[in-house]
Design a protein around this ligand. Structure first.
Ligand SMILES: Cc1ncc(C[n+]2csc(CCOP(=O)(O)OP(=O)(O)O)c2C)c(N)n1
Ligand code: SF4
Length: 351
Protein backbone atom coordinates (compact mmCIF):
# COMPACT_ATOMS: atom_id res chain seq x y z
CA UNK A 1 0.00 0.00 0.00
CA UNK A 2 1.37 3.43 -0.88
CA UNK A 3 1.08 6.29 1.57
CA UNK A 4 1.50 10.02 1.15
CA UNK A 5 5.02 11.33 1.59
CA UNK A 6 5.32 13.46 4.73
CA UNK A 7 4.90 17.22 4.23
CA UNK A 8 7.98 19.14 3.13
CA UNK A 9 10.11 20.79 5.80
CA UNK A 10 9.72 24.48 6.52
CA UNK A 11 13.42 25.29 6.69
CA UNK A 12 14.09 28.59 4.92
CA UNK A 13 17.52 29.31 3.48
CA UNK A 14 19.82 31.27 5.79
CA UNK A 15 20.83 34.58 4.22
CA UNK A 16 23.69 35.42 6.60
CA UNK A 17 25.09 34.66 10.03
CA UNK A 18 22.40 36.78 11.69
CA UNK A 19 19.78 34.30 10.45
CA UNK A 20 21.50 31.28 11.96
CA UNK A 21 19.32 29.72 14.69
CA UNK A 22 20.55 30.50 18.18
CA UNK A 23 19.70 27.08 19.64
CA UNK A 24 22.53 24.62 20.15
CA UNK A 25 21.47 21.00 19.74
CA UNK A 26 25.00 19.55 19.78
CA UNK A 27 26.57 20.88 22.97
CA UNK A 28 29.50 20.18 25.28
CA UNK A 29 30.05 16.68 26.63
CA UNK A 30 31.95 15.16 23.74
CA UNK A 31 35.55 14.07 23.65
CA UNK A 32 36.61 14.91 20.12
CA UNK A 33 40.10 16.36 19.59
CA UNK A 34 40.60 20.11 19.85
CA UNK A 35 39.94 21.65 16.44
CA UNK A 36 37.87 18.68 15.16
CA UNK A 37 35.92 19.90 12.13
CA UNK A 38 33.75 16.79 12.05
CA UNK A 39 32.34 17.84 15.45
CA UNK A 40 31.62 21.26 13.94
CA UNK A 41 29.80 19.57 11.05
CA UNK A 42 27.58 17.79 13.59
CA UNK A 43 26.87 21.10 15.32
CA UNK A 44 26.01 22.90 12.06
CA UNK A 45 24.02 19.96 10.77
CA UNK A 46 21.64 19.81 13.71
CA UNK A 47 21.52 23.59 14.11
CA UNK A 48 20.26 23.75 10.51
CA UNK A 49 17.76 20.92 10.86
CA UNK A 50 16.28 22.01 14.20
CA UNK A 51 14.87 20.20 17.23
CA UNK A 52 12.47 17.87 15.39
CA UNK A 53 15.35 15.75 14.17
CA UNK A 54 16.42 12.17 14.79
CA UNK A 55 20.15 11.58 14.31
CA UNK A 56 21.63 8.15 13.61
CA UNK A 57 25.38 7.67 13.74
CA UNK A 58 27.61 5.05 12.22
CA UNK A 59 30.62 3.86 14.27
CA UNK A 60 33.60 6.20 14.02
CA UNK A 61 34.93 9.29 15.78
CA UNK A 62 31.52 10.94 15.75
CA UNK A 63 30.02 7.94 17.52
CA UNK A 64 32.78 6.90 19.90
CA UNK A 65 34.02 10.34 20.93
CA UNK A 66 30.47 11.66 21.17
CA UNK A 67 29.10 9.00 23.49
CA UNK A 68 31.69 8.39 26.13
CA UNK A 69 30.04 6.54 29.02
CA UNK A 70 27.31 8.65 30.62
CA UNK A 71 27.95 11.75 28.52
CA UNK A 72 26.62 12.92 25.18
CA UNK A 73 26.48 16.25 23.36
CA UNK A 74 23.26 15.33 21.51
CA UNK A 75 20.19 17.27 22.61
CA UNK A 76 18.03 15.61 19.94
CA UNK A 77 17.16 11.88 19.91
CA UNK A 78 20.18 9.95 18.79
CA UNK A 79 20.97 6.32 18.02
CA UNK A 80 24.10 4.39 17.11
CA UNK A 81 24.14 2.27 13.97
CA UNK A 82 26.85 -0.11 12.86
CA UNK A 83 29.81 0.85 10.73
CA UNK A 84 28.61 0.74 7.12
CA UNK A 85 24.91 0.89 8.01
CA UNK A 86 24.05 4.60 7.75
CA UNK A 87 22.04 4.19 4.53
CA UNK A 88 19.98 1.32 5.94
CA UNK A 89 19.49 3.10 9.26
CA UNK A 90 18.27 6.25 7.51
CA UNK A 91 15.84 4.40 5.29
CA UNK A 92 14.59 2.09 8.06
CA UNK A 93 13.95 4.97 10.43
CA UNK A 94 12.18 7.02 7.76
CA UNK A 95 10.04 4.01 6.84
CA UNK A 96 9.26 3.31 10.52
CA UNK A 97 8.14 6.88 11.14
CA UNK A 98 5.95 6.78 8.08
CA UNK A 99 4.21 3.61 9.20
CA UNK A 100 3.69 4.92 12.76
CA UNK A 101 2.15 8.09 11.34
CA UNK A 102 -0.03 6.14 8.92
CA UNK A 103 -1.32 3.97 11.76
CA UNK A 104 -2.01 7.04 13.86
CA UNK A 105 0.51 6.03 16.52
CA UNK A 106 2.48 9.20 15.89
CA UNK A 107 1.15 12.61 14.97
CA UNK A 108 1.73 13.36 11.28
CA UNK A 109 4.38 16.03 11.65
CA UNK A 110 7.70 17.00 10.10
CA UNK A 111 10.49 14.93 11.63
CA UNK A 112 13.93 15.02 10.02
CA UNK A 113 15.90 11.80 9.79
CA UNK A 114 19.64 12.26 9.37
CA UNK A 115 22.16 9.41 9.40
CA UNK A 116 25.85 10.27 9.44
CA UNK A 117 28.90 8.20 8.63
CA UNK A 118 32.64 8.71 8.26
CA UNK A 119 34.47 8.13 5.00
CA UNK A 120 35.36 4.58 6.08
CA UNK A 121 31.76 3.83 6.98
CA UNK A 122 30.24 5.73 4.04
CA UNK A 123 32.58 5.92 1.06
CA UNK A 124 33.98 2.42 1.63
CA UNK A 125 31.90 -0.04 3.68
CA UNK A 126 28.51 1.60 3.47
CA UNK A 127 28.41 2.88 -0.10
CA UNK A 128 26.08 0.06 -1.26
CA UNK A 129 23.48 0.82 1.41
CA UNK A 130 23.67 4.56 0.71
CA UNK A 131 23.21 3.88 -2.99
CA UNK A 132 20.19 1.67 -2.30
CA UNK A 133 18.68 4.32 0.00
CA UNK A 134 19.01 6.99 -2.69
CA UNK A 135 16.72 4.96 -4.95
CA UNK A 136 13.79 4.87 -2.48
CA UNK A 137 12.14 8.15 -3.33
CA UNK A 138 9.14 7.78 -0.99
CA UNK A 139 11.17 8.17 2.20
CA UNK A 140 12.50 11.41 3.66
CA UNK A 141 16.02 10.92 4.96
CA UNK A 142 19.42 12.53 4.63
CA UNK A 143 22.75 10.71 4.73
CA UNK A 144 25.66 12.96 5.73
CA UNK A 145 29.15 11.66 5.05
CA UNK A 146 31.70 13.52 7.20
CA UNK A 147 35.04 13.00 5.57
CA UNK A 148 38.23 13.31 7.64
CA UNK A 149 40.05 11.32 4.93
CA UNK A 150 40.93 8.33 7.11
CA UNK A 151 39.58 5.74 9.50
CA UNK A 152 40.39 8.25 12.23
CA UNK A 153 38.82 6.54 15.21
CA UNK A 154 40.99 3.42 14.91
CA UNK A 155 44.11 5.57 14.56
CA UNK A 156 44.22 6.98 11.03
CA UNK A 157 44.08 4.15 8.52
CA UNK A 158 43.89 4.67 4.77
CA UNK A 159 40.43 5.04 3.19
CA UNK A 160 39.24 5.60 -0.37
CA UNK A 161 39.03 9.27 0.60
CA UNK A 162 42.66 9.61 1.71
CA UNK A 163 44.35 12.01 -0.72
CA UNK A 164 47.11 10.98 -3.09
CA UNK A 165 50.41 10.32 -1.33
CA UNK A 166 49.22 11.14 2.21
CA UNK A 167 50.82 9.37 5.14
CA UNK A 168 48.48 7.24 7.28
CA UNK A 169 49.27 4.38 9.65
CA UNK A 170 48.73 2.05 6.67
CA UNK A 171 50.66 4.20 4.19
CA UNK A 172 53.85 5.37 5.91
CA UNK A 173 56.56 7.03 3.87
CA UNK A 174 59.75 4.98 3.80
CA UNK A 175 63.22 4.94 2.24
CA UNK A 176 62.33 2.30 -0.35
CA UNK A 177 58.85 3.63 -1.10
CA UNK A 178 58.32 7.32 -0.53
CA UNK A 179 54.67 7.27 -1.61
CA UNK A 180 52.87 4.23 -0.30
CA UNK A 181 49.43 5.35 -1.50
CA UNK A 182 48.98 6.67 -5.04
CA UNK A 183 45.24 6.40 -5.74
CA UNK A 184 43.22 9.54 -6.41
CA UNK A 185 40.34 10.25 -4.01
CA UNK A 186 37.07 8.59 -4.98
CA UNK A 187 34.49 11.14 -6.14
CA UNK A 188 31.55 10.10 -3.95
CA UNK A 189 29.01 12.94 -4.43
CA UNK A 190 29.75 13.06 -8.18
CA UNK A 191 29.28 9.32 -8.45
CA UNK A 192 26.06 9.31 -6.42
CA UNK A 193 24.65 12.28 -8.32
CA UNK A 194 25.42 10.71 -11.69
CA UNK A 195 23.79 7.40 -10.79
CA UNK A 196 20.76 8.25 -8.64
CA UNK A 197 18.13 10.21 -10.55
CA UNK A 198 15.56 9.55 -7.79
CA UNK A 199 17.55 11.64 -5.33
CA UNK A 200 16.55 15.29 -5.56
CA UNK A 201 19.56 16.64 -3.70
CA UNK A 202 23.23 15.68 -3.51
CA UNK A 203 25.89 18.15 -2.37
CA UNK A 204 29.49 18.69 -1.30
CA UNK A 205 30.15 21.16 1.55
CA UNK A 206 32.67 22.17 4.18
CA UNK A 207 32.18 23.46 7.74
CA UNK A 208 34.63 26.30 7.00
CA UNK A 209 31.75 27.69 4.88
CA UNK A 210 29.14 27.30 7.60
CA UNK A 211 26.19 29.15 6.04
CA UNK A 212 26.68 27.35 2.72
CA UNK A 213 26.74 24.02 4.58
CA UNK A 214 23.67 24.77 6.71
CA UNK A 215 21.75 25.84 3.63
CA UNK A 216 22.69 22.59 1.91
CA UNK A 217 21.40 20.59 4.88
CA UNK A 218 18.18 22.60 4.86
CA UNK A 219 17.66 22.29 1.13
CA UNK A 220 18.17 18.53 1.31
CA UNK A 221 15.60 18.18 4.11
CA UNK A 222 13.15 20.56 2.50
CA UNK A 223 13.21 18.90 -0.90
CA UNK A 224 12.70 15.54 0.82
CA UNK A 225 13.11 12.01 -0.42
CA UNK A 226 16.50 10.37 0.10
CA UNK A 227 19.32 12.93 -0.09
CA UNK A 228 23.07 13.04 0.47
CA UNK A 229 25.60 15.63 1.67
CA UNK A 230 29.37 15.04 1.78
CA UNK A 231 31.61 17.34 3.87
CA UNK A 232 35.39 17.64 3.87
CA UNK A 233 36.56 17.91 7.49
CA UNK A 234 40.10 18.90 8.47
CA UNK A 235 41.31 16.56 11.27
CA UNK A 236 44.29 17.87 13.30
CA UNK A 237 45.24 14.41 14.49
CA UNK A 238 45.15 12.61 11.14
CA UNK A 239 46.38 15.48 8.98
CA UNK A 240 49.05 16.52 11.48
CA UNK A 241 48.69 20.29 11.98
CA UNK A 242 47.97 22.57 14.93
CA UNK A 243 44.24 22.53 15.86
CA UNK A 244 43.95 26.29 15.49
CA UNK A 245 44.23 25.97 11.69
CA UNK A 246 41.22 23.75 10.98
CA UNK A 247 39.06 26.51 9.51
CA UNK A 248 41.95 27.83 7.46
CA UNK A 249 42.62 24.40 6.00
CA UNK A 250 38.96 24.05 5.08
CA UNK A 251 39.17 27.36 3.22
CA UNK A 252 42.39 26.32 1.49
CA UNK A 253 40.91 22.98 0.35
CA UNK A 254 38.20 24.94 -1.46
CA UNK A 255 40.35 27.85 -2.65
CA UNK A 256 42.95 25.53 -4.19
CA UNK A 257 40.14 23.74 -6.04
CA UNK A 258 40.89 20.40 -4.38
CA UNK A 259 37.42 20.28 -2.76
CA UNK A 260 34.80 21.92 -4.98
CA UNK A 261 31.59 23.10 -3.31
CA UNK A 262 28.48 22.21 -5.27
CA UNK A 263 24.95 20.87 -5.17
CA UNK A 264 22.98 18.83 -7.64
CA UNK A 265 19.30 19.79 -7.41
CA UNK A 266 16.90 17.68 -9.46
CA UNK A 267 19.77 16.78 -11.76
CA UNK A 268 21.05 20.35 -12.20
CA UNK A 269 24.54 21.08 -10.87
CA UNK A 270 25.20 24.45 -9.18
CA UNK A 271 28.69 25.36 -8.07
CA UNK A 272 28.53 27.33 -4.80
CA UNK A 273 30.71 29.73 -2.75
CA UNK A 274 34.30 30.33 -3.86
CA UNK A 275 34.09 27.33 -6.22
CA UNK A 276 31.57 29.24 -8.29
CA UNK A 277 33.73 32.37 -8.21
CA UNK A 278 36.74 30.37 -9.42
CA UNK A 279 34.75 28.72 -12.23
CA UNK A 280 33.40 32.11 -13.35
CA UNK A 281 36.90 33.60 -13.35
CA UNK A 282 36.11 36.02 -10.50
CA UNK A 283 38.61 34.39 -8.15
CA UNK A 284 41.98 32.85 -8.86
CA UNK A 285 42.54 29.24 -7.85
CA UNK A 286 45.39 29.05 -5.30
CA UNK A 287 48.28 26.61 -5.88
CA UNK A 288 47.75 23.26 -4.11
CA UNK A 289 51.14 23.68 -2.44
CA UNK A 290 49.58 26.27 -0.10
CA UNK A 291 47.31 23.54 1.25
CA UNK A 292 49.75 20.63 1.19
CA UNK A 293 52.64 22.39 2.93
CA UNK A 294 50.48 23.07 6.00
CA UNK A 295 50.02 19.38 6.85
CA UNK A 296 52.48 16.86 8.27
CA UNK A 297 50.89 14.03 6.27
CA UNK A 298 52.43 15.55 3.12
CA UNK A 299 55.79 16.51 4.70
CA UNK A 300 57.60 13.81 2.67
CA UNK A 301 56.42 15.30 -0.66
CA UNK A 302 59.12 16.44 -3.09
CA UNK A 303 58.52 18.87 -5.97
CA UNK A 304 57.55 16.06 -8.32
CA UNK A 305 54.70 14.95 -5.97
CA UNK A 306 53.36 18.48 -5.62
CA UNK A 307 53.47 18.88 -9.42
CA UNK A 308 51.56 15.63 -9.91
CA UNK A 309 48.94 16.71 -7.36
CA UNK A 310 48.60 20.11 -9.05
CA UNK A 311 48.29 18.49 -12.49
CA UNK A 312 45.48 16.22 -11.29
CA UNK A 313 43.57 19.16 -9.79
CA UNK A 314 44.12 21.24 -12.95
CA UNK A 315 42.76 18.37 -15.00
CA UNK A 316 39.61 18.29 -12.82
CA UNK A 317 39.08 21.96 -13.56
CA UNK A 318 40.04 22.15 -17.21
CA UNK A 319 39.10 18.80 -18.72
CA UNK A 320 36.06 17.61 -16.80
CA UNK A 321 32.51 18.12 -18.00
CA UNK A 322 31.70 20.22 -14.90
CA UNK A 323 34.84 21.71 -13.24
CA UNK A 324 35.90 19.47 -10.37
CA UNK A 325 32.57 17.65 -10.26
CA UNK A 326 31.73 15.32 -13.11
CA UNK A 327 34.76 13.37 -14.25
CA UNK A 328 33.85 12.99 -17.89
CA UNK A 329 35.46 14.49 -20.97
CA UNK A 330 34.21 14.43 -24.53
CA UNK A 331 36.55 13.65 -27.42
CA UNK A 332 36.95 16.77 -29.61
CA UNK A 333 35.43 14.99 -32.61
CA UNK A 334 32.26 14.23 -30.56
CA UNK A 335 31.60 17.69 -29.11
CA UNK A 336 28.57 18.01 -31.41
CA UNK A 337 26.89 15.15 -29.54
CA UNK A 338 26.47 17.47 -26.58
CA UNK A 339 24.37 19.88 -28.64
CA UNK A 340 21.14 18.26 -27.63
CA UNK A 341 17.98 18.76 -29.66
CA UNK A 342 15.63 20.45 -27.14
CA UNK A 343 12.44 19.75 -29.15
CA UNK A 344 9.95 17.17 -27.81
CA UNK A 345 10.89 13.62 -28.75
CA UNK A 346 8.18 13.19 -31.39
CA UNK A 347 9.38 16.33 -33.22
CA UNK A 348 13.05 15.41 -33.20
CA UNK A 349 14.65 14.32 -36.43
CA UNK A 350 15.62 10.68 -36.59
CA UNK A 351 18.85 9.79 -38.35
C1 LIG B 1 32.25 -3.91 10.91
C2 LIG B 1 33.27 -3.17 11.73
N1 LIG B 1 34.58 -3.22 11.36
C3 LIG B 1 35.50 -2.55 12.07
C4 LIG B 1 35.13 -1.80 13.16
C5 LIG B 1 36.18 -1.04 13.96
N2 LIG B 1 36.07 0.39 13.76
C6 LIG B 1 35.44 1.21 14.62
S1 LIG B 1 35.49 2.83 14.20
C7 LIG B 1 36.39 2.45 12.80
C8 LIG B 1 36.85 3.55 11.89
C9 LIG B 1 35.72 4.23 11.15
O1 LIG B 1 36.26 5.15 10.23
P1 LIG B 1 35.35 6.24 9.54
O2 LIG B 1 34.06 5.65 9.12
O3 LIG B 1 36.17 6.90 8.49
O4 LIG B 1 35.02 7.26 10.70
P2 LIG B 1 36.06 8.12 11.57
O5 LIG B 1 36.62 7.18 12.60
O6 LIG B 1 37.09 8.63 10.63
O7 LIG B 1 35.24 9.19 12.18
C10 LIG B 1 36.63 1.07 12.69
C11 LIG B 1 37.38 0.42 11.60
C12 LIG B 1 33.76 -1.77 13.51
N3 LIG B 1 33.31 -1.04 14.54
N4 LIG B 1 32.86 -2.46 12.78
S1 SF4 C 1 40.80 12.05 15.16
FE1 SF4 C 1 40.14 13.70 13.76
S2 SF4 C 1 37.97 13.28 13.31
FE2 SF4 C 1 38.55 12.06 15.13
S3 SF4 C 1 37.94 13.35 16.88
FE3 SF4 C 1 40.11 13.78 16.41
S4 SF4 C 1 40.08 15.55 14.99
FE4 SF4 C 1 38.01 14.67 15.04
Amino acid sequence: MTTEIMPAQDLPQIKGVKDVPYDELFVSGHRTCQGCESALVMRHMVKASGPRTIVLGSTGCMYVANTTYYTTPWVVPWMHTQLGASGSAALGTAAGLKVLMRKGKLKNEKINVIAFCGDGGGADMGIGAISATLTHKDYNCLVLLYDNESYANTDIQLSSQTPYGAVTTFSPSGDKKRLMHTRWKKNVPGMLAAGHPESRYIAAGCAAYAVDLMNKIRKALELGGPTFVHTLDPCPKGWDYHPQYSQELGHLAVETGIWPLYEVVDGVCNLTGPTRQIAEGRKKRKPVYEYLKRQGRFAHFIDEDVEHFQAQVDKMWTDWLIPGVIPFTVPAKDVAILKIDKKPMHEQKTA
